[in-house]
Design a protein around this ligand. Structure first.
Ligand code: DQA
Length: 139
């Protein structure tokens, strides 16, 4: 099983950025824990603040990986191009959010990605990524 985690804009600042909303842990620290826990699963990781780079990565892994876990950050709420990229590839994508976007501002309630994703996990902190991996391992 090969899973790619993609983090979008501003998620390189996890651990520093708005800790009340996103917690104190850096993604590198969390990724290490995930890779230890799921040692039989190959978990690749990519982060970019640039929409086109995320699209390129979805194209690169989207015909070979078993699953993509995508936290597209604010692009979730704006990007038709990302939705098209998800539709274009064969690998299923699970949309994740650290925060519960439905508890937050109204502009975060709409996702261009949800209709083309396998499912959505939102609001469980860093555990949202783990739950997405569990979903791929179990289905
Ligand atoms: C986020 C929620 C988005 O609305 C926001 O723009 C982010 C992070 C989350 O993980 O909770 O950057 O995707």
């Amino acid at each position: 099983m090969n899973i790619l985690i993609i983090n979008g804009p501003n998620l390189n600042l996890l651990g520093v950025r708005e800790p009340d909303t996103y917690g104190n842990q850096s993604f590198d620290d969390y990724l290490f824990i995930l890779q230890e826990k799921y040692s039989k699963t190959k978990i690749d990781y990519f982060q970019s603040n640039i929409e086109g780079e995320i699209i390129n990565k979805i194209h690169e892994f989207g015909f070979s990986a078993d699953g993509i876990v995508l936290n597209a950050g604010a692009y979730t709420h704006t990007s038709v191009a990302l939705a098209d990229a998800i539709s274009a590839v064969e690998t299923p994508v699970i949309e994740v959010h650290i925060s519960n976007v439905y508890k937050r501002e109204k502009f975060r309630h709409h996702s261009f990605l949800s209709p083309v994703c396998r499912g959505v996990i939102s609001g469980f902190g860093m555990n949202s990524y783990r739950l997405a991996i569990e979903a791929f391992l179990n289905y």
